[in-house]
Design a protein around this ligand. Structure first.
Ligand code: PHE
Length: 403
């Protein structure tokens, strides 16, 4: 598709391109190349998610290749734009797996899109790591599918506890995105914990991704006199909802989850979103030198402070690279079958990818920028979350909650 090709040429530096000069460079290391796939929303309503993921992945690959690659092989990426849509995500992953024959896949961010790609990877025995999809179903019953982030039952609990414990709220309304698996799940887990803690959900309304007018659901909710509204959505709609809620006279806090994280949130929401809170995977004002070091290298590339997706995609790529290194050391014959152009038969290649899967599954205490990553039996990471406050057009760290 021409849009995809365009996105490719815009976002991928030549140094990580798989064909032409890249392949020659790989050959000159004597170790050939390894081809991985990435599917992300480089365009569309969640475009900053994909652009950030791509940044994080590229930063990781640049480091890996500058250090000599893996087992002497350069790592190359083929990137497909999902436009933020589940159907496109499915098509993109099918292409990566079938046509490009990638040995592993990184993506997607939005849970509904990962839910479209994950079964395809699992079926083809191609390990997939989603950097940021938090809906529990993404990895469920799919031995080849992993994530390096926490899941929504935890994230929903974090915000419910924060609402009750820190904000002392007792009456909250919920406005969710009926088209998003992420939003529906997170709303459910929030409601469960908030009511378990003695709070009352005074209203429940829905919108649909792509909506621009939210007056009807907001009017219904505001009439119930909530102290705050929990909006587990993505930044584009959340920014607009914040503006319209203020226009309708609502002065209480707005609360949300990681889907808020984008430089666009405050651009769209402006003053209306100031003082609101959301849960996230990392805080840019974390003094940890690992975090600040990552921010500095990302800023050197884009001039912007990276968001959570960049950090998580960087970590996902590094976890994959560590697993590939394990296979390169432990089983050079299997590793050779992973190299681009290997003449090993399909069964040998599948067996080699299964070894990569096993190595990813064994990830323990991996030092990521987003925190220490240990994958559990469900192939999910158990990690702390942070609560951030929107302040002065940016975010301020409020508290960290351990799992
Ligand atoms: N967790 C969101 C989802 O599953 C995606 C997301 C992650 C968005 C991190 C922003 C930051 O859909």
């Amino acid at each position: 598709m021409s849009i995809r090709r365009l996105a490719l040429s815009v976002f991928i530096p030549l140094s990580v391109l798989g064909c032409g000069p890249g392949a020659e460079r790989g050959a000159s290391t004597g170790g050939g190349t390894l081809k991985i796939g990435e599917y992300s929303s480089l365009t569309g309503a969640t475009a900053t998610f994909g652009q950030s993921t791509h940044l994080g992945l590229t930063l990781a690959l640049d480091e890996i290749n500058a250090a000599g690659g893996i087992g002497g092989a350069r790592v190359e990426v083929i990137t497909e734009d999902t436009q933020g849509r589940a159907t496109e995500a499915g098509t993109a992953v099918s292409k990566l797996v079938t046509q490009d024959q990638v040995i592993a896949v990184i993506g997607e961010v939005a849970s509904s899109n990962s839910l479209a790609g994950a079964p395809i990877c699992n079926e083809a025995a191609v390990p997939m790591i989603t950097p940021a999809s938090t809906n529990p179903m993404v990895t469920t019953d799919k031995p080849f599918v992993f994530r390096v982030c926490f899941i929504d039952p935890f994230q929903g609990t974090v915000m419910a506890k924060f609402a009750v414990g820190s904000l002392k709220l007792t009456r909250v309304a919920v406005l969710r995105d009926a088209k998003s698996d992420y939003s529906l799940g997170l709303a459910e887990y929030f409601v469960k914990e908030f009511t378990a803690q003695g709070g009352t959900i005074v209203g429940n309304e829905a919108y649909t991704q792509g909506d621009v007018v939210f007056t009807a659901p907001l009017t219904n909710l505001i009439a119930k006199k909530p102290e705050a509204i929990f909006i587990p959505g993505y930044y584009t709609e959340v920014g607009l909802i914040a503006r319209q809620a203020r226009e309708l006279g609502f002065e209480g806090a707005l609360l949300g989850g990681d889907g808020w994280d984008s430089p666009k949130l405050t651009q769209i929401g402006g003053a209306s979103i100031e003082g609101c809170y959301f849960s996230n995977h990392y805080a840019t004002d974390d003094p940890n030198p690992v975090v600040q070091g990552f921010i500095a290298s990302a800023k050197a590339k884009t001039n912007e402070v990276p968001d959570a997706m960049a950090v998580l995609a960087y970590d996902a790529t590094k976890v994959l690279a560590a697993a590939l290194s394990t296979v390169a050391t432990a089983n050079p014959t299997a590793f050779a079958a992973l190299r681009t152009g290997s003449t090993a038969d399909a069964a040998a290649k599948r067996a080699a990818r299964t070894l990569v899967r096993d190595a990813i599954a064994a990830t323990k205490g991996f030092p990521g920028v987003s925190g220490t990553i240990t994958l559990d039996a469900n192939r999910d990471a158990s990690k702390s979350a942070v609560v951030l406050k929107v302040a002065n057009g940016g975010y301020q760290f409020v508290e960290r909650i351990e799992p």
